[in-house]
Write a protein that binds this ligand. Structure first.
Ligand SMILES: Nc1ncnc2c1ncn2[C@@H]1O[C@H](COP(=O)(O)OP(=O)(O)OP(=O)(O)O)[C@@H](O)[C@H]1O
Length: 256
């Protein structure tokens, strides 16, 4: 499998500069710099506890950095008021492990839910069309009247992504999209992430520990080491190193 190549655009949709964040005496981020370019999939790698989720929370305004700047779609996140923050969050799709489907609702109702809550004045016809479009995008039209309990883990993941796509986000944040899935389902999810990039022209950050996923979806890889992004580039650029903090990732994933 060949690694993906970089995209050519240098227009920035997320710009993180010199970000620091501590909890008590423990400094998690120590001057992190990162750009997400328009239209690319950027994979963020890092050991457990290195601050990947903290970074996502800062990007989405759930946490505020102690120092540095975070600009998302041209807005400095820490400067936004509550209303502006909500507006910005509507332009970002979150695909998190915790974003479970509502068990008591059908797939159609699960998909309608964010639309009804966030987009007022849509007709029933417009809602139906939006639901069918995203179900088609994730290849699961046949599940429209089923309950989440009737779906496999991989199918639920796809519906979770569809529920995010229904609001047509400009940025997608995927937190460990392949965690807990079997290898074939992982490949299907990787393909879906790439299809979403193509079809919806999203710019995405993908947090993963899965290097097959990183290789298949990442136009660039950024590795968080000791509170900073110390290595960033294509998959081959990042892993062409003897750095003992980097090589174990590769060895664990590919040489077993
Ligand atoms: N609200 C908080 N209060 C105190 N400490 C926190 C808080 N949020 C995160 N931390 C700490 O910050 C560090 C980084 O956490 P984070 O969840 O970002 O790790 P991660 O890189 O996402 O790890 P994983 O790959 O396991 O998900 C951890 O040591 C964690 O305990």
């Amino acid at each position: 499998m060949e690694a993906k190549s970089k995209t050519t655009t240098t227009e920035t949709v997320i710009s993180i500069r010199n970000v620091e964040k501590s909890f008590g005496d423990y400094q998690v981020l120590k001057g992190a710099d990162l750009d997400l370019y328009k239209g690319e999939n950027l994979v963020v790698l890092g050991r457990s506890g290195t601050g990947k989720s903290v970074l996502i929370k800062i990007i989405s305004g759930l946490l505020t950095q102690d120092a540095g700047t975070v600009s998302v779609l041209g807005k400095e996140v820490s400067q936004l008021n509550a209303k502006e923050l909500l507006e910005l969050r509507l332009r970002i799709g979150f695909s998190f492990q915790s974003s479970a489907l509502y068990d008591s609702m059908t797939i159609r109702q699960n998909l309608e839910f964010p639309l009804i809550r966030n987009k007022k004045n849509l007709t029933k016809g417009e809602i139906n069309k939006a639901v069918e479009t995203v179900l088609d995008a994730v290849g699961l039209m046949q599940t429209i009247n089923q309950m989440p309990s009737e779906l496999s883990g991989g199918q639920k993941k796809r519906i979770g992504i569809a529920r995010t796509l229904i609001l047509q986000p400009e940025i997608m944040l995927y937190d460990e999209p392949t965690a807990g899935l079997d290898p074939i389902t992982c490949l299907e999810i990787n393909r879906l992430i790439n299809e979403v990039q193509e079809r919806y022209k999203t710019s995405s950050i993908v947090i993963t520990h899965d290097l097959t996923c990183a290789k298949e979806v990442g136009n660039r890889i950024a590795m968080l080491l000791d509170g900073q992004f110390q290595r960033a580039g294509t998959f081959d650029e990042v892993f062409d190193t003897d750095d003992q903090r980097v090589t174990p990732f590769f060895e664990y994933n590919f040489i077993q």
